[in-house]
Design a binder for this molecule. Structure first.
Ligand SMILES: [Zn+2]
Length: 143
């Protein structure tokens, strides 16, 4: 006679994400100071967000940081109902990609917005935020 089959239905798994922040320390420090930095190549002027330590356009390694907070326009968005395991403790949320006035595109959470008011072409404001998980950035609708 074989032993009874035990079926595991679910169990909690804790993930710890360690993000390498050495090369982009100024970006993380900027968020704590209320700034949202993109990297700007000192050679060709390419603006990149999230910031990178090397220019993806010309491979130059001399970058500077530019605060890109301000307004932009939603190019696409989605409302997340089925959340990944790492966001199970958050209520449903909306993420959007907006083209900022500076020309760079940003993917961020869109908070404090009634879903029926979120549309492609709507104006959003990007700002640094202090969340329960630490410093971050997000969009809010411009009324
Ligand atoms: Zn460059």
């Amino acid at each position: 006679m074989s032993p009874p089959v035990r079926r595991l239905k679910s169990r909690p798994i804790t993930f710890i994400f360690e993000l390498p922040t050495d090369k982009l320390k100024e970006f993380w420090e900027g968020l704590e100071k209320g700034k949202v930095y993109a990297s700007k190549c000192k050679k060709c002027g390419q603006l990149t967000f999230p910031p990178t330590s090397d220019c993806s356009h010309c491979r130059n390694q001399e970058m500077e940081y530019v605060d890109i907070q301000g307004e932009g326009e939603i190019e696409t968005f989605t409302h997340i109902v089925i959340r990944p395991a790492s966001f199970q403790n958050h209520p449903t949320y909306t993420v959007a990609v907006a083209k900022m006035n500076s020309g760079v595109k940003v993917l961020a959470w869109l908070t404090s917005a009634k879903l029926s008011n979120v549309k492609v072409g709507a104006r959003v404001k990007l700002a640094a935020v202090q969340s329960q998980d630490g410093p971050s950035y997000g969009f809010s609708l411009v009324s």
